[in-house]
Design a protein around this ligand. Sequence first.
Ligand code: ZN
Length: 302
Amino acid sequence: MNTEQAIKEALKTVRERKERNDFALHGNRQRAMSSKACAALIDEIRSYTIDLGQAQTTADRSRLVKLRENAQAELDKELAAIGLYSSALQPTYFCDRCRDSGYVNGKLCDCVNKLVRVLLLKSVNVNPDFTFENSTAESANSRAFAKCAEIAEGKTEKRNLLLIGKSGRGKTYLLNAMANRLIEREADFIFMRAFELNRLFLEIHLAQNADKSGFWNELLRVETLIIDDLGSEQAYNNVTLPSLYNLIDERNYNQKATWISGNLAMDEFSARYGERIFSRLCDKRLTYVIELCGRDFRTGLV
Ligand SMILES: [Zn+2]
């Protein structure tokens, strides 16, 4: 996917969000109008608002404001009686900046740019030729490949994967094959190399609050997060380790799948990331630890 396609796709997502909200709003309004009491109060409030626009004196204005407030309180009660919040009659926006139009002052809104980034991250790193079908895995690794195919198809008991082994053993190939299986299944995922994730950690760390939560939520929200080559990234002080810990911990807690590959041996992982992160990276209850060795393959090393 190139940038232009990603922008199109992102704008489509924004449009769909708006349509969903509009549809919900329309339904709520219809429900409210089908109640006689609500419909009368909505009318009453509307006429107070019109009168307010024409009110000449401060006394008139405050009298109308008071009347409108009372009618609104009545309406809230009536809406509650039919199971609606008063806010259900107001438009809601996923993005208040562009009101889900995708544009602010003729330029793409940040919410679109964020989606574009995520879309590019999703596909840009996945090699379409690296598939299970094309694989010429050594027979010694065939069990590892079969297990990973099952994980990618959502057929396994545990969701997480830690794929280890020296470089050149096919870890990146295997993660790509898994990602391609997710693409076939139209499943939701992000595929990142560890250094890209690390750069994103730094960006989130330095970002303003709104953007911070945008990126971070995406990393937490996505159903499957694939991180290739963990351990190769340069650790940023006070950023890399705490971010990684929070990410893995929250994803585990929310039952999201995280697949990680790395060149480090288990004791090197533990030394580099510390016991707290290490124990979550290879939590036996959630994670298959698979080593690609060329000759041998073992699971559940820890
Ligand atoms: Zn926006």
